[in-house]
Write a new protein. Sequence first.
Length: 180
Amino acid sequence: MNDDYSGMEVNLGCVEDRLTVSFDTTFDIPTPEGGRSEVTAVTTVDVVRSGTRYELRGLIKGDVQAECHRCLEPFHLSVEAAFDLVLNRGERAAPSPEGVEEEDFVAISATGKGLYDIFPRVREAVILEIPIKLLCRDECKGVCWKCGADLNSGDCGCGGQGNDPRWGTLRKFLNGESKT
């Protein structure tokens, strides 16, 4: 997979008043660790035309292949994201329409083919919906600090279930046992 997916073009030339289009896609997004995660998503876009202005409302429902930050096991994360975009054919109107952010108001060529690629907006919306800490489930126990065994599968038996000694100084500080 790559970042340059270009199969999500909306043909604005086909829009008389309203149009709904749907895309079934698979693409990659970056992970916080510097790797890549695959996203499989269905994107539905409603387009409403008013003169030279096109209002696009997108809804993305997908599945991200992720790795749990506690137990390091792969899992699938369901994601639902949305985006709004206003396109204006020809010159950019002076102010953005009321309630529309500056970056969501785009001027497009009046002489072009009428195709607009929504993939960058879809990718951005999905990335913004992914939590910072990825957990396979809220009650994930993680791995043993001593032997690295997955504690969701049961007790590892190595005796590392107690407190990690590397946090001992902080624990003493928090309990008021600091040296004076």
